[in-house]
Ligand binder design. Structure first.
Ligand code: FEO
Ligand code: CA
Ligand code: CA
Length: 770
């Protein structure tokens, strides 16, 4: 998702780094006199800025000590570039049908169906779910599987209508979520398509081996005949599978949460649609994902705040609701009780042809139009911002897991499950200066729960504790529980919490109340399957929020890009990682951290290019992050706007060491005429042998979402929003596309760009990356 979605709504005035540093240096117990790697503090002044320590990997590195492919060069071309010896096929793209009952996708905006049986847009997080002979989930490879894909956003919805989006009867616009259009009236079918291309798609995979199909030969041949296209070698999806289905912005959802607080939680969800607050409609902006140990899918709701509108002159909502909305960016411009002019896609302006359908559109108007919350949709924003659990193999109602907190959820990744121990779920809130969270289940993991579906989710994801992370400058960190029992939360002046349900629904406020560390936009998390260490991408930050004075140990750089795009703050981002303390990892309340990698342009100064990146592996704005259980490779995907004068977004492979394998360093910061230093901890340099660029994506796209077949021989990667920068239409003048991928790569009708899932294989059939 583009940078504009990360506007910060966290104006808390936490202590700045300097105060922390001064306090910590005052305390001799906090002085780190001996630095990991054996270099004394006194020697720091003479250390080179780049980490040079050799990895002490403790035996948890992948089975290869170096990557087995030649790095791909940076590129600005409109294609997917891979190392020699690798190739890809497109599995599915925006608009592909999930049933033979509707026409193939035209790629001209001509569809007359409501998109609820087509692959959604903006492919993002995804995962594979294998099916055993009893029709249940298994983590082991079988000959039957489904692929679940998140569809993040509607920023390119103008491609789905013949001449762009229409307002007040005039087409040819590109409406953003951020309000560059008049709030006229929208046509019903356009709004339906836009609502329905959000959500999640589930398709059954089909394998085609060497021209000879596997057990699904007949189905598959029929599918492709119906689709009037040839089955590619490798992987495809079945068009007529009973597993194919969509979860959309209109699907029925159940509200789940801790039993003790569920009645209170439901009070926040009361709408005209369900005055009991037990259910809600739809999931939006599903960004990163999670896969539970029992075999369900977690779709995380990220930029859900931008779809609502309060028409000017609306009856005001109460002050507390305004304070809640302000913290989440709902009703952001202006921050008032009465108007949110300029935000949303205008779905609330639709007049439905059938009055029975009117509430589908009314629900985006969040004014207090009725006598009580049960008479309108003032609470509709409270029904979004969650981790949504979906069973890919059963058509059960998805559940919003309120216990995991409400924020701009990027992804939800499990620590290594251990029988008889609680489970930990790590989550980032993707906005500038937001936080990293952890949920710890009350129930202890029982491997017999594998394959038992969403009922098991009720066991592990309703009862538990929610924590937020505080990163100390001495390389340690704490998890602080978000509970109404905490006086900092109970007595928080900015927002008066009513109860624990309020703490969960307004988790961002609670996290600020306890003094969590403001991070440089947490995106995906990932857990190293070899040692349980947790990695988070921190994609970037702007100089308004990250500068010499606000730098801290975990977000240590403040600088200006010297050429090209010229961003400032932390324009290239970094990847932090931490190791939980103690034996009972999930419930640990402290951890040790270091910075795995700093994004940078290869030719940047040494105080910026701290990880010693070269032309083979330099990158900017890390976003997607995923570990292969088979190879142990850490895959890094970028969603960048800072280095895109030199290269389109990319995918890199890394062979990581472990937390503490590097050293403490002092970073020299210089920005806007202010200079200063900041200590931090950096992992051992990887070098070109252990960090290489594997893929460069088409123009205007980001690379996001990644998974792998169980044998490590097929890598599934999502290419999101190619051609994102295609300008708004001149009215009636047609499009001039920034990208024509994947049509220009031989997939579907050439013309408008489409998000897609690609499957990468090695020409010699080997595992990917090593
Ligand atoms: Fe959806 Fe944070 O990228
Ligand atoms: Ca530059
Ligand atoms: Ca992302």
């Amino acid at each position: 998702m583009s940078d504009r979605t990360d506007e910060m709504n966290n104006d808390s005035d936490h202590e700045h780094f300097r105060e922390v540093l001064e306090r910590s240096l005052d305390n001799p117990m906090n002085r780190r006199n001996v630095i990991r790697g054996g270099v004394g503090l006194a020697a720091l002044g003479s250390l080179p800025m780049m980490g040079v320590a050799q990895a002490d990997d403790g035996g948890d590195r992948p089975r290869g000590s170096r990557l087995g492919f030649e790095a791909v060069d940076k590129s600005l071309t409109d294609e997917v570039l891979l190392p020699e010896g690798y190739s890809f096929t497109v599995l599915h793209a925006t608009g592909d049908r999930l049933t033979p009952a509707i026409p193939e996708y035209s790629n001209t905006g001509a569809e007359t169906d409501d998109w609820s049986q087509r692959v959604g847009d903006h492919h993002d997080g995804m995962d594979i779910f294998y099916i055993n002979r009893f029709g249940r989930f298994t983590d082991h490879e079988t000959d039957q599987a489904v692929l679940v894909v998140n569809h993040e956003s509607s920023a390119d919805a103008h491609f789905f209508h013949p001449n762009g989006q229409t307002s007040n009867g005039v087409s040819g616009k590109k409406f953003t979520q951020f309000g560059d259009w008049d709030l006229g009236t929208r046509p019903e079918m356009e709004a339906l398509k836009e609502i329905n291309h959000h959500g999640v798609s589930i398709v059954e995979l089909a394998r085609v081996r060497n021209g000879k199909d596997d057990a699904h030969e007949r189905d598959e041949r029929r599918s492709f005949l119906l689709g009037k296209r040839r089955a590619p070698a490798g992987w495809a999806y079945k068009i007529n599978s009973v597993y194919n289905r969509r979860v959309t912005g209109q699907s029925l959802m159940r509200i789940g949460g801790p039993a003790k607080h569920l009645a209170d939680i439901r009070q926040f969800m009361v709408t005209q649609f369900d005055p009991t607050g037990a259910t809600s409609r739809g999931t939006l902006n599903n960004c990163g994902h999670g896969k539970t140990p029992w075999g369900t899918y977690l779709a995380c709701e990220e930029n859900w705040a931008f779809y609502f509108n309060m028409p000017a002159g609306s009856k005001p909502v109460d002050a507390k609701t305004v304070a809640s909305r302000a913290r989440y960016g709902v009703a952001r411009a202006p921050l008032s009780a009465t108007a949110t002019a300029g935000i949303s896609q205008g779905w609330h302006t639709v007049t439905a042809a059938d009055p029975a359908d009117q509430s589908r559109f009314d629900r985006w108007n969040i004014a207090a139009t009725g006598a009580t919350a049960a008479d309108d949709y003032r609470n509709e924003p409270n029904t979004f911002g969650y981790v949504v659990e979906i069973d890919p193999l059963r058509n059960t109602t998805p559940v919003k897991r309120v216990a995991l907190g409400r924020f701009a959820h990027e992804a939800a990744v499990f620590g290594i499950p251990k029988p008889g121990r609680p489970l930990a779920v790590y989550m980032g809130c993707d906005s500038r200066n937001e936080y990293i969270y952890k949920f710890v289940s009350q129930a202890r993991w029982n491997p017999a729960d594998e394959g038992r579906g969403i009922a098991v989710g009720d066991k592990y994801l309703n009862e538990g504790a929610l924590y937020v992370a505080k990163f100390n400058d001495d390389g340690t960190g704490q998890w602080i529980e978000l509970t109404i029992e905490n006086p900092l939360i109970a007595g928080y002046a900015t927002y008066a919490f009513a109860n624990q349900a309020d703490v969960l629904v307004n988790a961002r406020h609670a996290a600020t109340a306890v003094g969590a560390t403001r991070m440089d936009r947490p995106e995906w998390g990932a857990v190293n399957p070899r040692n349980g260490e947790v990695y988070f991408t921190l994609t970037n930050n702007s100089s308004a929020l990250r500068n010499v004075d606000t730098a801290d140990g975990a977000n240590p750089r403040a600088y200006r890009d010297a050429d090209g795009r010229g961003g400032s703050g932390n324009p290239n981002g970094h990847i932090i990682r931490f190791r939980e303390e103690g034996r009972d990892d999930a419930r640990a309340t402290s951890f040790q951290w270091d910075v795995f990698l700093f994004g940078s342009e290869a030719d940047a100064a040494l105080n910026i290019n701290l990880s010693g990146l070269t032309d083979q592996n330099d990158f900017s704005s890390p976003d997607g992050l995923w570990f292969s259980k088979t190879t142990g490779i850490c895959w890094i995907q970028t969603d960048d706007g800072a280095y895109t004068d030199v290269s389109n977004c990319m995918l890199l492979a890394a062979i990581p060491g472990r937390v503490g394998d590097g050293q403490e360093i002092t970073v020299s910061n210089s920005l806007n005429g202010v200079i200063g230093t900041q200590t931090t901890f950096i992992g051992a340099a990887l070098g070109e042998a252990r960090l290489r660029r594997f893929l460069v994506a088409p123009k205007g796209s980001e690379v996001t979402g990644l998974t792998e077949s169980a044998d490590g021989k097929a890598l599934f990667v999502n290419i999101q929003h190619p051609g994102e920068n295609t300008p708004a239409l001149g009215r009636g003048t047609g499009f001039s596309f920034e990208s024509e991928w994947p049509g220009n790569a031989g997939y579907g009708v050439v013309g408008r760009p489409r998000s897609a899932t690609i499957v990468i294989t090695r020409d010699d059939g080997g595992v990917i990356g090593l």
